[in-house]
Design a protein around this ligand. Structure first.
Ligand SMILES: [Zn+2]
Length: 270
C-alpha cells in the first residue's frame, strides 16, 4: 500500500503537459495541502522544431491547438498555471514530443494518430536521454515516492516513459506507483481504438503487487485541468464534457462513490 500522507517529497512524472494533473491532480493537491513538496515533472516539453516540414499529424494538432508556430511555450505556461494551482511545482524535461521525433534520415517516426498509439518505433532515439532525465530528477529531488504512467491508451510517449521508469527501478531502490492515464482509463479513448486498465496491466513490464485508492477532492483538479485550454478538444473529442468524464471515473472505484484516484503498486518483473 502506498501511504501518500507519509510522503514528504513526491515526484510525479508526466509524459505530456497535462497527464499528471489529468490522472492524479487530486492526489497532487492532497499531498501539497499536507505539506509535501510535490514536483510535477513533464518529459516532452521542448519547443517544436522550427524551419523544417511538420508531419501531417503535427500540422493537424498545431491547427487544433491554435497556439501559433511554437505551441510548446504557451503549453508550458498552461502547465505552470495548472500545477501551481494545486500547490505543486512544475519542472520541464525538454525532450521532443513523438510528434516531432525523426529517424536519422529526418523522416517523421510518428506521422499519424495510428502510429502515435502503437508500439515505439525501432529507430526512436528517445530511450537513453529519457532514462538520463529520470535519473537526474531522482538525484536532484530525492523523492520518497515516484509516480508515473501505467500506460493506458497506448500512446507511444507514455509507453517509453513507463519503460524508462522500469529501467530506473532496476537501478535505484525507489518507491514507485503507476497512475491510471486519463482519460484513457475510462475505456472511451482514443475513440477509434479504446484501451483499458486491464489491458495496460497485461502489457506492462511491471507486475502489480496491488493497488491503493487515494480519496481526493474534485474541484481543485477540475479547475487545474481547465487551465490546459488548448488541449481540451483533443483530449476529450466529439464534444465530450471533460468534467463529467473525470467525475464519473473518479466515483467509479468504490460502491459509495467517494472521489478517488488509484495507484498501482508495482514490483519489477524478474
Ligand atoms: Zn499524454
Amino acid at each position: 500500500m502506498i501511504d501518500i500522507d507519509a510522503c514528504r517529497t513526491i515526484l510525479v512524472v508526466s509524459p505530456h503537459l497535462d497527464d499528471g494533473v489529468l490522472s492524479v491532480g487530486g492526489l497532487i493537491e492532497r499531498a501539497a495541502v499536507n505539506g509535501a513538496d510535490v514536483i510535477v515533472a513533464t518529459v516532452f516539453t521542448a519547443d517544436s522544431p522550427q524551419g523544417g516540414a511538420l508531419s501531417p499529424l503535427a500540422q493537424e494538432l498545431h491547427g487544433m491547438w491554435n497556439l501559433g508556430a511554437n505551441p510548446y511555450a504557451p503549453r508550458r505556461d498552461e502547465d505552470e498555471i495548472a500545477v501551481t494551482s494545486l500547490g505543486a511545482r512544475p519542472v520541464f524535461g525538454g525532450l521532443l514530443d513523438a510528434l516531432y521525433r525523426t529517424s536519422h534520415g529526418g523522416a517523421p517516426l510518428y506521422p499519424t494518430r495510428q502510429s502515435v498509439f502503437a508500439a515505439p518505433h525501432v529507430d526512436d532515439p528517445i530511450g537513453a536521454p529519457l532514462l538520463q532525465l529520470l535519473q537526474g530528477w531522482v538525484t536532484d529531488f530525492a523523492p520518497d515516492l515516484v509516480l508515473g504512467p501505467l500506460g493506458v491508451g497506448g500512446h507511444v510517449d507514455h509507453a517509453v516513459t513507463t519503460r524508462a521508469l522500469y529501467r530506473l527501478a532496476a537501478q535505484r531502490p525507489i518507491q514507485l506507483g503507476l497512475y491510471e492515464d486519463m482519460p484513457y482509463a475510462t475505456g472511451l479513448f482514443p475513440p477509434n481504438a479504446p484501451d483499458t486498465v486491464a489491458a495496460a496491466l497485461r502489457r506492462s513490464p511491471f507486475a502489480p503487487k496491488g493497488s491503493s485508492l487515494i480519496a481526493v477532492d474534485l474541484p481543485g483538479k477540475l479547475g487545474a485541468i481547465a487551465a490546459y485550454a488548448s488541449q481540451i478538444a483533443d483530449i476529450f473529442p466529439n464534444g465530450l464534457a471533460f468534467g463529467s468524464v473525470i467525475d464519473n471515473y473518479m466515483r467509479s472505484h468504490t460502491e459509495d462513490g467517494v472521489y478517488s484516484e488509484r495507484l498501482w503498486d508495482v514490483l519489477a518483473r524478474a
